[in-house]
Design a protein around this ligand. Structure first.
Ligand SMILES: [Zn+2]
Length: 58
């Protein structure tokens, strides 16, 4: 989600809807909400691909 740091995985629950950007209190990475969300979605997608069992002949 937009609240999760894609670098260290820290969840920042202090973010409100009006915060378009934030700094991770744990690793200090600067995040822009939509960009960070996009990266997290991408990471989730990659994870899903990796854990998916291979079909026959895979
Ligand atoms: Zn972080």
């Amino acid at each position: 989600s937009t609240k999760t740091c894609h670098k260290c995985g820290h969840k920042n629950n202090n973010i409100t809807l009006k915060d378009r950007q934030w700094n991770c209190p744990k690793c200090g990475t600067h995040h822009e909400r939509y960009h960070n969300a996009a990266i997290n979605i991408l990471n989730e997608g990659l994870k899903t691909l990796k854990t998916e069992p291979r079909g026959p002949g895979g």
